[in-house]
Design a protein around this ligand. Structure first.
Ligand code: DC
Length: 234
């Protein structure tokens, strides 16, 4: 399958949890006027489907059977991307702590990855868009002409997470969250199937000391050069 069109912006954005990939990718896509796909939402949808059954999320064979049968679709609605499983709009349920807890083992099942990677490639067949995840530049769209690997120091990611969770700002909590983040990075980068890894041709963006607009502009400038586009104000 050759879905490279040199003039169309197809952008792969990867990086660890909590680096701000999703909001940044969404802002870049909006500015470029192209669709955006958060692939983590698809893995979360698979976890949601598993959670609807009495299957143990650690039972890989049973997880594979449930996810292979589930009708997972993405709908590009005016209010954003909707994720629908077996006819139910589950977009708002995807961020629930229970889903976050079980998505780890579910996303490691090879059959789950095969099904969802195929969906992601299908989404990109139109040749343009911003796709964000962990393995987009390395596995899903190795042909993307612009790949960005977004990261930030673990402690910075922990502080952002703390803000999101609305917990009190205590150094112990920061230390705990930082340790959890380091552990999750290790797990994600050491797993056998599609580990989190910067593609050789990806550009590293460490946004630890950047404000939101700076990182969006950084990617837009790269896109303007790579795809020979004229973008005003960046
Ligand atoms: O980005 P997120 O937290 O919504 O991702 C949910 C889970 O899916 C997380 O455990 C990482 C995994 N994931 C993955 O393995 N590959 C992707 N392309 C995207 C997410």
């Amino acid at each position: 399958m050759d879905i490279v069109n040199k003039s169309l912006p197809l952008i792969a954005i990867d990086g660890p949890a909590g680096a701000g990939k999703s909001s940044t990718s969404q802002a870049v896509a909006k500015r470029l006027g192209v669709p955006f796909l958060d692939t983590g939402a698809l893995y979360r949808a698979a976890a949601w489907a598993v959670n609807k059954t009495d299957v143990n999320p650690l039972d890989a064979a049973a997880v594979a059977r449930v996810v292979e049968k589930a009708a997972i679709t993405i709908v590009e609605a005016s209010k954003g991307l909707l994720v629908v499983v077996d006819g139910v709009d589950i977009t708002t349920a995807l961020r629930e702590p229970l889903i976050t807890k079980i998505v780890g083992p579910v996303c490691e099942v090879p059959e789950v990855r095969n099904k969802l990677v195929a969906m992601q490639r299908c989404w990109a067949e139109r040749g343009f868009g911003v796709m964000e995840g962990r393995d987009i530049g390395t596995v899903v769209l190795p042909q993307a002409r612009l790949k960005v690997f977004i990261t930030a120091r673990p402690e910075v990611r922990a502080r952002r997470r703390l803000k999101e969770l609305n917990l009190p700002d205590e150094s112990k909590t920061i230390a705990q969250l930082t340790a959890e983040i380091i552990e999750r990075d290790q797990r994600d980068s050491q797993r056998a199937n599609s580990p989190l890894k910067q593609a050789d041709d990806a550009i590293l963006l460490d946004n630890s000391d950047m404000i939101f607009g700076e990182q969006v502009d950084f990617i837009l400038r790269l896109a303007a050069r790579r795809f020979e586009m004229r973008l005003y104000g960046v």
